[in-house]
Every structure is written in C-alpha cells, then in structure tokens.
Design a protein. Sequence first.
Length: 403
Amino acid sequence: MNKATGIATPFVDLASPHMELEDELVSAFRQALRESSFIGGAAVEDFESRFAAFCGTRFSAGVANGTDALRLALVASGVKPGDTVVTVANTFVATVEAISQAGALAAFVDIDEATYNMDPGELNRYLETGCDNRGGRPVDKRTGSPVTAVVPVHLYGQPALMDAISEIAARHGLRVIEDACQAHGAEYLSGKEGGWVKAGSMGAAAAFSFYPGKNLGACGDAGAVTTNDPEIAEHVKMARDHGQSRKYIHEVEGCNSRLDAIQAMVLGIKLKRLSDWNEMRREAASVYNGLLDGSDKLTTPAEHPDARHVYHLYVVRVRGREVVQKRLSDAGVATGLHYPVPLHLQRACSRFGYSKGDLPITELVADEILSLPMYPGLRPTDQERIAGVILGQETSGIADRLP
Ligand SMILES: Cc1ncc(COP(=O)(O)O)c(C=O)c1O
C-alpha cells in the first residue's frame, strides 16, 4: 500500500514529492501571501531564467499551460492562419488543439514502431509525395495549404530524432517547434549541435507543460516556451499578457496566459530536484526492463542510442491488453493508455480529413500500448509484483530476474 495515496500501486504519486518539499513550498506560499506577489515579478523571472539555463536555451517564457505554450510558440515562430503544420497522431490531443487554435491545419505523419515518435522517413515522404513544390515551398496536395512548420513530440519522455527531422525541415523551409510537454530534462545526442543537448533546445521554439503529473509539475496548471530567438521570446511574453509591450500599449493580439507567481515559486523549488527525479525514473525503467525483457508476451520501451529517455511514462506493448489491464486492476495496480484512439481518428479532428488505414503503425500500436505505474520512488518490490501479474507468475521467481 502506498502511504501517500492509499492505493496498492498508484499510476503516479503526486503526494510524496510535495511531502518531501513541504516546508519549502509552504514558506514560499507564505512569502507570496505576505508580499501579495501573485502575477509576474521576480518569482516568474527567476524561474524563467533558471528553466532556460536548465534547458540550455537563452530564453524561457512562463505561460498558463502547455497547450498555450505550444500555440504561442507556433504563432511567435511565424505560423499563420491557413498554414499547415505537420505532426503525429500518437500524442495528447493538446498538440493538435494548439495547431488548430493558431489557425493552422494539422497534417499527420506516421511514427517509428520502436520509439513511437515521428518517423523522419514518413515526414520526408509526406513532403516529397503529399505536397507540391511551389517555389521551393511545400503545399499540401489535398488542401492547397502551405506547409510551414513541423511539431515533433518527444513522447513519453524520449526525444524524437531531431537531427533528421531538422535537416528535412530545413530542406523544405519549415520551422521546427518541439512539443516537449512530456520531456523535461530528456537529452538527445545531436551531431548538428555537437553533443548531448536537452529537449526543448533544438527547435525554433519548444513548449513545456507543468501539469502536476509531469516530470516537473506545478501545484496546478502551468507551462513555458523555451527558445534561443529573442524575437520569439519577446512575442510570447507580449502575447501571454494581452499583447502588451507596456501597460495598455498592445503590440500584438494577445490573450491571458500568464504564469502565476506562486506556481513559478513551486516550479523553482521542484526544478532543483528534477535531475534526481529523472534519474530515479530511469532506474525504475531499468528495473522494469530487467523483469520484463525477454518475455514473448510484451515489448518493453526501446531507448534510441541517441536519446536519453526520462520516462514520463513507461509504456509497454502487449497483445490482449484488456485482459492484462484487468488483471493488474484486480491486483490493485493502476495503469493508463497513452493514447487509445489516435488523433486522426478522433471526431474532434475529422476536419483534417484522415481515416482508418492512413497511419498504419500509429493505429497498430494504439491497440497494444499499456502504461505501467511510473514515478520517482516507485519501489522495486512493487515492480516485481506488477511484473508477476503481467507475466502470470504472480511473485514467484521474479526476484531472481532483478538487475
Ligand atoms: C504531448 C503533450 N502536448 C501538450 C500538452 C498540453 O499541456 P497542458 O495540459 O499543460 O495544456 C500535454 C499535456 O498533457 C502533452 O502531454
């Protein structure tokens, strides 16, 4: 039984990290109350500069959530109403909401079966065969809309193959905006950048979500845009605050998507622990791999040699998923599906004109993926029990297979 949650094995444990940091968090909240510092100010600026330093970018701009971060990053990067933005359908719906709310159309390309991330070959194929080349610029053959940007999603905490994606994008004049909402602190070995670099530092801009369950989560909703481009940073900082450059002077059409000062303080406190927590997730993943690798019943996650996965989610592929999920649920183990219905088959995305069969790998894996409990502090004994239930061995003999 998990003491913090009261569930045998929860899917995530949001309570323990806050208990660990309770004194610091409460005193930050007390300070905010006493100073009445709720919007903007030093707490937000301090977190922004520390988060940019963590990601290895020149700038970061705090916003209200990850969906807004992606929308504002797209608009600030030059995506215009009527453009097409290429992405994947195996992602949270917010990726496409952000594209659509920036006024653009979404085009989907299939994923790589090993990593579940955008397949660069499929991106290339779409641009070469699904588009007409007009003056060196791709125009979607079906819609006649100019393709101006690509959004690779670093899904589950593993960076997409950014060198290949960036090279293809550059060849076709597209901007790359990373959806790093699940990948705080993940790294990618980039030949282009000459070494390991952080997710969120490779595109024109990137979006992060600090939804509470993320590797870096607020105590509520929050998000950020990271970028090396001063104009993009400036545009996002204006747009998030009603387009103001200074009080009542509105340079661009904006919205209210400010990051609360209290959330910025919470994030600043938790940021100090992020690298350790990511390491704990990686250790938990390697315990799972030791227990489950080699079974013909399932496939464990593949970490690409050029990627340092931070296991926001630990996702296996298993045939007969419903049966396995029910067995785990009966044993008090909470699981998730990320994501059971690919976006191109969702009614909300029907206007983009896709149907079943268009993205065969995405559709295949959607029926088999199963997310197991994953959080820093997940105990090997719990993982042993989970593996026993999955493999139908309950607990016997599993301990011997621990790495
Ligand atoms: C891949 C991805 N993109 C975008 C988002 C949107 O973030 P938020 O929920 O903070 O708006 C999420 C959050 O779950 C996500 O996982």
